[in-house]
Design a protein around this ligand. Sequence first.
Ligand code: ATP
Ligand code: LTN
Length: 335
Amino acid sequence: MADQKKVILSGSTVTGDLTLGNYIGAMNNWKSLQEQYNCYYFIADLHALTVAQDPKQLKERCFSFFAQYLALGLDPKENTIFVQSHIHEHAELSWILTCLTPMGYLNRMTQFKEKSQKHVKNINAGLFTYPVLMAADILLYQADLVPVGEDQRQHMELCRDIVTFFDNRYGEGKIKMPEAYIGKQGARVMALQDPSKKMSKSDDNEKNFVSIIDTPKKIQKKIKSAQTDSDTVVTFDKEAKPGLANLLTIYSVLSEQPIDKIVAQYEGKMYGHLKVDLADLVVETLNPIREKYEDLMNDKAYLEDLMEQGAIKARERARDTLKLVYETTGLIYRR
Ligand code: ATP
Ligand code: LTN
């Protein structure tokens, strides 16, 4: 029965379109875990507000993300798929947890440092407290496991620290201690033009990422122009050949073949051969996703209906936790 299964929760911030990095590092795992676990997958629209958003575009993107989740193969009957802001309990729990989180802990977050360098004109308090809202997202559903990419490891550790702060103040056992689930391979897909940094959907340079809804032509172009090195021998070496290593990793995850086998296949061949084959493989993987996405986007009423159903299911669990937290902290709970 669904209730006896362990609980999984994860989400993605509504910025840009989902990339091959998101797919390989996160959603691919979400998909494979959906049968074994009771899964909650959400669209983090409140998190998106930490950078300036055009209101009309944000709304449109929420629909687009919802359709992208479905197109990736997340089943709305098997999972609870919902929009974060539809469950007001996220923001409420976030405040309570903010009051338990020392500034010093937030100061250490590398994502805050990176994002505040990128958005110098808008270093708002939300950008700083973002990881607390993320902790609230997780703890509200008493999640056991949180499948994320490598870049979220530090936020996950903070989330676990926050549970300890809560336990120390109010006693143990009220809130479940979650664990990160980070895949062994592909947990950090790198930017195509700069393999020293991670692929990111809000990158200003479009050539750095492949979006899961890019056209085949765009995909081919981006993969073929991916930065490699001036050597010609195909070997897997993250230090000496980071660009090539990134392409091999993508190849390995999508083809479900070990890297050694792929390297052997390209013995005596040029990087160009590998790029052509990889581009074909990526197109083959993403094409059905894009087609499904386009169909879904033509039926907004259907998407809205699913959003509503997801919110009803999510709210049920969120309410129970918030009630428990209110009672524990001495706040008077009202529905
Ligand atoms: P943004 O550019 O807006 O920060 P992002 O591309 O980093 O977005 P998120 O919404 O922050 O994407 O992340 C969604 C999920 O995808 C998270 O679990 C995150 O760890 C994972 N993820 C993001 N980028 C990568 C990547 N390059 N490789 C592997 N996993 C990734
Ligand atoms: N911060 C995450 C997105 C996110 C998330 C979450 C992921 C927001 N809340 C809760 C897992 C669990 C990111 O990937 N940038």
